[in-house]
Design a protein around this ligand. Structure first.
Ligand SMILES: Cc1ncc(C[n+]2csc(CCOP(=O)(O)OP(=O)(O)O)c2C)c(N)n1
Ligand code: SF4
Length: 295
């Protein structure tokens, strides 16, 4: 289960109580852990649940400077902030905090430009596999077979590999992490913060509201995604991939829990046929094989 991170206890809360997140929201766990690990963060947030959970003016649940902005501008706005802070000699960390819709799909052009310029930004993508705040539409991150409001019979296409797309930009650091393994997430964020240039961290962040799962098992789902091989944990540094200690044993399918153990806890997979489950399993293996080529 989740580990407590002693270092986080000494830091001010970055997400205050009374915020608008649903019970068991994976993104808020990801946010607290990640942003707490950073020195003087400035957070740029495109439209997503993260711009909603901060609550309404004049109240605000984020305890760090935050800029809400359009999808097509998140990484370009962050580029400007990072450059201005450097010119002023201010030691801050500029962050894009985006959902999978804002990263895999709608905000792709802005981050691709910023990554190509190797802007000094950490780009976090909390991946809940769909557009949650607008009512659970499918995204490029939705896995095959998952029911969303725009895929009522289950998505027919496989999930996009955003890590490999990001890797094609040859940025200095890429990592994946899960809210089921908070120490691993925290350590990767700390490491990213020591590196200059465009850094990308993809976080598996269950959404009980849209996944139709029990809010009490959100961390367990984070663990199961790793143990079933659904969400590989790795880092890519200067083009070379290393599977993380917490997840490397699941590279071998023999060590993985059966994918059904993950699917059966989520209403979005309730109508999966055995054929869809087989296709999903093949998709997962394909991704492991493609990632392994980067080792
Ligand atoms: C250009 C543009 N298209 C669509 C929208 C409507 N919209 C707002 S948030 C959102 C979904 C965001 O999904 P994601 O990035 O996955 O974040 P989540 O809602 O899951 O937190 C959409 C489609 C918008 N604001 N701007
Ligand atoms: S809809 Fe999902 S991602 Fe959005 S606040 Fe609720 S649990 Fe979190």
């Amino acid at each position: 289960m989740n580990v407590k991170i002693p270092e986080m206890m000494d830091r001010p809360e970055v997400l205050l109580r009374g915020n608008f997140a649903c019970a068991g929201c994976g993104l808020s766990i990801a946010y607290k852990t990640s942003i707490s690990a950073l020195n003087r963060p400035i957070v740029v947030i495109p439209a997503c649940c993260s711009s909603v959970i901060q609550s309404l003016h004049p109240n605000v649940a984020y305890n760090v400077p935050t800029l809400n902005i359009a999808f097509a501008a998140h990484a370009s706005a962050a580029s400007g902030i990072a450059r201005a802070k450097k010119m002023r000699g201010e030691d801050t960390t500029t962050v894009v905090w985006s959902g999978d819709g804002g990263t895999y799909d709608i905000g792709l052009s802005t981050w691709s430009g910023a990554a190509e310029r190797n802007e000094n930004i950490i780009h976090f993508c909390y991946d809940n596999n769909f557009y949650s705040n607008t009512g659970a539409q499918r995204s490029g991150a939705t896995p095959r077979g998952a029911v969303t409001t725009t895929t009522p019979r289950g998505k027919r296409e496989k999930r996009k590999s955003i890590a490999r797309i990001m890797a094609a930009h040859d940025i200095p650091y890429i990592a994946t992490a899960s809210i089921g393994y908070l120490r691993d997430l925290y350590t990767k964020v700390k490491k990213a913060s020591m590196i200059e240039g465009y850094r990308f961290i993809l976080i598996d962040a269950p959404c009980p509201t849209g996944w139709n799962s029990d809010p009490a098992i959100t961390p367990e789902l984070g663990e199961l995604s790793v143990k079933t091989g659904y969400f590989p944990l790795f880092e890519i540094e200067e083009g070379k991939l290393t599977f993380s200690k917490r997840g490397i044993r699941y590279k071998d399918p023999i060590n993985r829990l059966s994918i059904e153990k993950y699917l059966e806890k989520q209403g979005r997979f309730k109508s999966m046929t055995s054929e869809q489950t087989k296709l999903l399993t093949d998709d997962l293996q394909y991704e492991w094989d493609m990632l392994s080529k980067l080792e």
